[in-house]
Design a protein around this ligand. Structure first.
Ligand SMILES: C[S@@+](CC[C@H](N)C(=O)[O-])C[C@H]1O[C@@H](n2cnc3c(N)ncnc32)[C@H](O)[C@@H]1O
Length: 218
């Protein structure tokens, strides 16, 4: 079972194969296309210590991230040599450095007040970190906390779930439409076969792996 303890243990044991060594290439390519005004807020659910956080902040945006693991958040600030302030609320430990705010706690405890006027959700390895039975709840909660005008850049993976246990879990495109088509107009920006880039996963039995990038607009 992939519960909160699973993720905390992974950070403790440094089993963080999901962490990319550089800024995500799709983020670099597609974020500018949203033409967000300077100072707009970008929300990163389940943000880990991704380099994407600091890159988005460097583009002149406010970043709000939510992450369960204190280790991950502190590793993020230390790795990027950023001084931070921390204070606690009843639900979250809040870390602030310049235009970056990382909330340590559970995504499912977030309310719309916590996100303020966030303009864009950047979901990389967040929806696909959820087991199938939790994905409808994750998407419903997402829709209940983000502002009505907020758009989304979403990256998913799809493979034969019988060939590998997640996480990451396979999220077929039709699930994305199922969860989000009432709220957004959904545009598949690209879909690529990436199994050759993940030899480790071929080794554990995957025969095919496709990555899709979606743009979701209100
Ligand atoms: C697959 S990782 C992706 C991290 C990041 N998005 C990236 O691209 O590197 C999923 C992250 O979500 C965190 N996480 C899992 N469940 C969570 C929850 N309910 N609330 C907040 N964070 C959670 C985990 O600790 C982990 O760091």
């Amino acid at each position: 079972m992939v519960d909160n303890q699973h993720w905390l243990d992974r950070w403790k044991e440094n089993r963080i194969g999901f962490h990319e060594p550089t800024v995500n290439q799709h983020l670099r390519q597609y974020l500018p296309q949203f033409s967000l005004p300077r100072g707009a807020c970008v929300f990163l659910p389940l943000c880990g210590k991704a380099h994407d956080i600091v890159w988005i902040a460097q583009q002149g945006y406010e970043v709000i991230g939510i992450e369960l693991s204190q280790l991950a958040i502190e590793a993020f600030f230390e790795g990027n040599r950023l001084d931070y302030e921390r204070f606690d609320t009843d639900r979250f430990g809040i870390y602030r450095s310049g235009n970056i705010s990382l909330l340590q706690g559970d995504f499912f405890d977030l309310s719309n007040d916590d996100l303020g006027a966030c303009s864009l959700v950047y979901d990389r390895a967040a929806l696909i970190a959820m087991e199938q039975q939790h994905r409808p709840g994750y998407c419903d909660h997402m829709l209940s906390i983000i502002p009505a005008a907020s758009n989304m850049l979403l990256i998913t993976l799809e493979y034969d779930q019988a060939e590998m246990q997640g996480p990451p879990f396979s999220v077929p495109s039709d699930e994305v439409y199922q969860y989000y088509s009432d709220a957004f107009s959904i545009n598949l920006l690209e879909s690529n076969d990436i199994i050759d880039e993940r030899p480790r996963w071929r080794k554990v039995g995957l025969s095919a792996l496709s990555e899709s990038v979606f743009r979701l607009d209100r």
